[in-house]
Design a protein around this ligand. Sequence first.
Ligand code: NAD
Length: 482
Amino acid sequence: MDGASGRSGPVFNPATGRQTGAVDFATVEEVDAAVQSATDAFSGWREMSLAKRAELFFRIREVLHARRDELAEILVHEHGKVFSDALGEVTRGLEVVEYCCGIPQLIKGEHSEQASTGIDVYSIRQPLGVVAGITPFNFPAMVPMWMWAPAIASGNCFVLKPSEKDPSASLWTAELLREAGLPDGVFNVIMGDRVAVDAVLQHPDVAAVSFVGSTPIARYVYEQATAAGKRCQALGGAKNHMIVLPDADVGAAADAAISAGYGSAGERCMAVSVVVAVGDVAQPLVEAIKERIPKVKVGDGMDPASEMGPLVTQEHRDKVASYVENAPGEGATVVVDGRDGVPGEGFFLNPSLLDDVTPQMKAYVDEIFGPVLGITRVATYEEAVRLVNESPYGNGVAIFTRDGGAARQFQFDVQAGMVGINVPIPVPVAYYSFGGWKSSLFGDRHVYGPEAIDFYTRGKVVTQRWPDPATSQIDLGFPQTR
Ligand code: NAD
């Protein structure tokens, strides 16, 4: 869609490295127009019965499901992830849409009959109005679904500002929702950069903002939105640890580290970035991971043989590569150098493995967001947990062990929002909520699942009685319930 700002950004196919399009960035006036369209649609949408809303959500689910390959292909062409992974993203997003088909049940309040004599009390949840979502490049379909599905199902109208790096999935979704029968103005997309984000954050008619992206921007969005009186949930970056205890099955732990470290080229907020090897397991584990790396097939995401695609941009690819370049200078050992033998012209990097990574190194501290896995060797379980708990992030974490007692203790001790026990990427299913702790989430509500319904609605409690006028009397005392 053409914009009036005269400012735009390039869109690439990361597998070829070639520019395939450009996206115009919205002006403040264009953001206003989107919010106005949502505001105009709100009263009609809010009045639609829960039965009809649920029916429409079933229809959206059917259309999305039928055309999921089309959406996955769009993701491959602009993000770079491989087709099977893109389809996985669409499927996990669809599960959130499926959850929202149950909105009549999800939004139910509570009722207390005879709370006091002749008095009943009940609670209802009502939509906020116009709500906005600002999303990152790495899940261009699923993360918007985390937001728009529960927001719209709860009776709100939605304005989406997706990443400017891979914008097509959002425009495709808007068309699809219209085709499924969603009234005009209930779902709106604006393209843009900081100008559009600031306009959303300052807009008086936007009641709530959901954000997913890097930690500095999440913090900024949270501070700006809440200062402007909005409800806000802002999910940030991560540095996810996978602890491997000495009793773990080394082969299974190595398989998990490869899958979670290099899947989607490490561009997942739940990717494993540091493997913390406890005691004697370190050497055999490093060898097992090293042995598996050459078997990872790196290539164009549309090639069914590819298991890992390119990174999203040349700039990001070069930044990720710089961590491998600088690792020896920091004292780490480069076991596998992913800069060697890179395929094709695109923004490719092969998997890298760094050993002897210590908490002072940039390779440990920074969220690299690429296919670079670090191994940190520690002597004890306590040291491993301390490392996780001292991290400023608290998104996902995993432990690999055969000892149920140790795993249970870990779940008790660890400071992170999502914990995997022999599961490397513990993304909660759609009927639980997703979110980290510490600098991985600003706000107090996680996304999707029950907490999303809570986030996108506000509570109202009604106290009612139907007295006999004959018994009416004046009482200036504070109302008592006994
Ligand atoms: P990003 O923070 O650069 O961008 C996210 C969004 O913010 C985009 O829509 C972008 O246009 C906008 N934005 C960028 N700079 C801005 C600025 N200065 N002012 C206002 N808005 C701005 O993130 P990204 O690179 O697109 O995505 C990767 C990051 O997202 C990683 O840090 C990753 O961990 C994180 N992420 C977190 C989760 C989670 O659930 N916690 C999920 C996915 C991604």
